[in-house]
Design a protein around this ligand. Structure first.
Ligand SMILES: [Zn+2]
Length: 133
């Protein structure tokens, strides 16, 4: 993968700084990603911003063979629920792995990757994906 060679410097700089910013509920202690103003578990409105671990494991996954508009041509790909070491659960694509090699309990780490390119204006969307450790 020569991804880092093919993107502008500004993006490489951004990747270095990229963090998984979640929040910890000050009432029930739940850790959530991404950060949000209210706890999805107890409704409490005080969450402390928390930089999350980039590592976790797959707790559930689906192989996408009929993707929605914008992802056509990328199939098959895997969307997984990853439980981070902090306990937060993240829904994201897996990368650098064949769908048939994915299994529950697979150890993964977060990476910053291209999601898709908007055909209309060429804007490239980036986000978190997970790859096997
Ligand atoms: Zn809570």
């Amino acid at each position: 993968m020569v991804w880092a060679e093919s993107v502008p410097r500004v993006w490489r700089e951004r990747v270095k700084k990229y963090r998984l910013l979640g929040g910890k509920c000050l009432k029930c202690g739940s850790v959530v990603y991404p950060y949000r103003p209210a706890c999805p578990y107890c409704g409490h409105e005080e969450l402390q911003p928390l930089e999350l671990s980039r590592r976790g494991r797959v707790i559930n996954f689906t192989i996408i063979r009929h993707p929605p508009t914008g992802f056509v041509g990328k199939e098959p790909y895997v969307v997984a629920i990853v439980e981070l070491e902090d306990g937060a659960r993240v829904l994201a694509q897996l990368t650098d792995v064949k769908p048939e090699d994915v299994k529950i309990g697979l150890e993964v780490e977060a990476v910053f990757r291209k999601y898709r390119e908007q055909a209309s204006n060429g804007v490239i969307e980036y986000g978190i994906k997970f790859r096997p450790v």
